[in-house]
Design a protein around this ligand. Structure first.
Ligand SMILES: NC(=O)c1ccc[n+]([C@@H]2O[C@H](COP(=O)([O-])OP(=O)(O)OC[C@H]3O[C@@H](n4cnc5c(N)ncnc54)[C@H](O)[C@@H]3O)[C@@H](O)[C@H]2O)c1
Length: 269
């Protein structure tokens, strides 16, 4: 990417765990586009993942924060604004986790305490994050906040389990909080609904490999990769998308608007 469309902009990237993470690719892309960033993830992910390597590569500080803890989020925002010497222009929420998916619990037999924990991490954390940013007046005017989501929020994908419900909740929070962030601070809030992607979180979904092939055959442009998603996010953090807000933006090679593709019909005949 040769255009420095994020020159002078400062932002926080949540959720880079390893080389495959969508947030990892996004961190690399925003820095390449001229931005300065703070990286953050849950304390346990900092111990398990390889995020130190990314921090070194992007020359960014790494500040641990459990996204379900208001205390951690407040400390992260204070430390980040101190580091930047001013307010924040963009934030990426790239966080998802379902204990039910991990442990192979069927949707008709969910453990509801795990469901609540997954909901808190995958959806409510987005509200907590925005509430801390809002109350601390930490975002610059015309800033941009993005969370990553999946089409299972609108359509049924049996193996996506309780993550489907979490994503529906996440997308609703984007619209509800986005209204107030727009009205009072001129900050935009959107979700990007990404193609299935092979990552640590993606791996947990039963039958992902076959589903990747199905989505590839269904999407006229093929599946969007993590790198493609990173580039789209760069645009959404730039001044080229100033008036886009409260949207769920499908970034999926066209998958969301296809009923059935010829390749799928051919494969069944
Ligand atoms: N992989 C896919 O197929 C796909 C498709 C569409 C959307 N998404 C979404 O993209 C986002 C990023 O996922 P990914 O696929 O890059 O996988 P990933 O496993 O690399 O990223 C998930 C991240 O969430 C972090 N996390 C978990 N609990 C946390 C907590 N309490 N506090 C802070 N961070 C926490 C993990 O440490 C990890 O870095 C998720 O919201 C996911 O649902 C993924």
């Amino acid at each position: 990417m040769s255009h420095k469309i994020l020159n002078g902009k400062k932002g926080i990237i949540f959720g880079a765990l390893d080389h495959n993470s969508i947030a990892w690719k996004t961190a690399e892309a925003v820095v390449e586009a001229g931005a300065k960033i703070v990286l953050t993830n849950a304390p346990i992910a900092l111990r398990m993942g390889s995020i130190n390597e990314l921090a070194e590569k992007t020359n960014s500080p790494l500040i641990p924060a459990d996204a379900t803890s208001i205390e951690d989020l407040e400390s992260l925002i204070i430390k980040s604004t101190e580091y930047f010497g001013g307010k924040i222009d963009f934030v990426l929420h790239s966080i998802g986790m379902s204990i039910n998916v991990r442990k192979g619990k069927h949707y008709t037999d969910l453990n509801h305490s795990w469901m609540t924990k997954g909901w808190d991490i995958s959806a409510v954390s987005f509200h907590k994050l925005m509430q801390v940013l809002f109350k601390n007046n930490a975002m610059n005017e015309w800033g941009s906040i993005i969370a990553l989501t999946y089409i299972a929020a609108q359509r049924t994908f049996p193996n996506y389990n309780d993550m489907a419900d979490n994503k529906a909740y996440l997308e609703s929070i984007a619209r509800s909080f986005g209204y107030f962030f727009g009205k009072e601070k001129n900050v935009r809030v959107n979700t990007i609904s990404q193609s299935p992607t092979l990552t640590k979180a993606g791996e947990g979904v039963k039958g992902l490999q076959s589903f990747l092939k199905y989505a590839e055959k269904t999407s006229p442009l093929g599946n969007a990769t993590a790198e493609d998603c990173a580039k789209y996010t760069v645009m959404m953090f730039s001044d080229y998308s100033k008036k886009v807000t409260l949207q769920n933006l499908f970034h999926d090679g066209g998958f969301s608007n296809v009923g059935v593709s010829q390749e799928i019909i051919d494969s069944l005949e």
